[in-house]
Ligand binder design. Structure first.
Ligand code: SF4
Length: 358
């Protein structure tokens, strides 16, 4: 079985020609996939019946994800989907909306996609990390998450404006499928979103960051730093190497020099672990004159023993960085009450939802 959402436009052309059809059939399929979101081949009426039958006979299908559950935050700005993949593996994806500042403007609609079922990195404060690793997701399964939300948004006359690879899993540990998904999502004849509207977030696989820089794409990169020194970083990110802080600063700089895209360092603020003033001073010194941006993420409640710092500690941490000349923001909190926020995604919520899934 091959999901047509896996195929790049050039591959789609090869396929239709191979099956004795004119080249324009590829565009008919692509248009349907990315503008009409058909459930199956029978819904692409522009294609002759015999051709649809031939595609089915050859094992081509549409869609690798099925919605199992949907939950919306009280303010309606965050929606979490539990999707079942074809092998019945559940994964989670999130839509976060931010109101437009213009009077009748469309909201910014950011989709957070998962790239792996579980994660092997085992970050101690992350719910996904505590699940362990199950498997890599395929490009069509990653794209499928965006398509589900695009369909939901279309019904409201809205559209996807940004995609962040920040859901379950480490995208760069599933490198080739992540890159294929980005190609499908950004191809002008595919989903067609601009590369600058995509951000990949990584815990920091240095060799993969270098490879990504060499792809010379215009996508944004976020590196999860979480600590200004290796001793503390290795406590929070058990897979981190002994020299990871220095290496990540270097590879962030290289990514910027190669692509021209500024790198964001993500920093999960954890009470009593990495939120102290002296740590903020160490971080400011580390990133001084580096030109990068740091995004502080007060830890969201997860199953672990770690807590979110008090608001005043977050403000103090931010102040020290700011006074140290560091460009810094505190992430706007979204979807905490529906466990859709950063570090909260895990599929054992299935147990909770068992009564509602059919
Ligand atoms: S924070 Fe990211 S890399 Fe770390 S365990 Fe969670 S999903 Fe994996």
């Amino acid at each position: 079985m091959t999901d047509l959402y896996r195929m790049l436009p050039e591959e789609m052309e090869d396929l239709v020609l191979e099956l004795g059809q004119p080249r324009f059939r590829a565009d008919q399929i692509l248009y349907a996939l990315y503008y009409k979101f058909p459930k199956d081949l029978s819904e692409i009426k522009q294609l002759p019946l015999e051709f649809r039958e031939k595609l089915t006979e050859k094992g081509f299908t549409i869609g690798s994800t099925k919605e199992a559950h949907r939950v919306e935050s009280e303010d309606g700005e965050t929606t979490k989907l539990l999707l079942n993949l074809n092998d019945e593996t559940p994964v989670e994806s999130v839509l976060m909306q931010y109101k437009s500042k213009k009077m009748f403007g469309h909201p910014r609609s950011t989709i957070c996609v998962s790239t792996q079922v579980g994660c092997a990195m085992g970050c101690v404060f992350c719910a996904t990390g505590q699940m362990g690793f199950e498997r890599n997701m395929k490009a069509e399964e990653i794209v499928g998450q965006v398509i589900h939300f695009a369909k939901i948004l279309l019904e409201k006359g809205q559209h996807v404006t940004n995609i962040v690879f920040m859901g379950m899993g480490e995208p760069l540990a599933n490198y080739s499928e992540t890159i294929r998904a980005i190609q499908l999502l950004t191809h002008p004849r595919g989903f067609g979103i601009g590369q600058r509207h995509i951000t990949v977030s990584t815990i920091g696989i240095v060799s993969a960051i270098e490879k990504l820089a060499d792809e010379k794409m215009q996508i944004g990169l976020a590196i999860s730093l979480h600590a200004p020194n290796d001793k503390l970083r290795q406590r929070l990110v058990p897979t981190a190497g002994p020299d990871s802080v220095k290496e990540l600063i270097k590879s962030g700089k290289n990514y910027f020099l190669t692509t021209g895209r500024r790198v964001t360092f993500e920093y999960a603020l954890i009470e009593g672990v990495n939120d102290m003033p002296e740590i903020a001073e160490e971080l400011a010194l580390l990133l001084k004159d580096n030109g990068s941006h740091i995004n502080l993420i007060p830890l969201n409640p997860t199953a672990g023993d770690f807590n979110r710092p008090a608001r005043k500690n977050v403000i103090e941490f931010e102040r020290i960085l700011y006074n140290g000349g560091i460009n810094c923001t505190v992430r706007v909190e979204k979807g905490t009450e529906i466990s859709a926020a950063c570090g909260q995604l895990r599929t054992d919520i299935l147990e909770k939802y068992n009564n509602t899934i059919n």
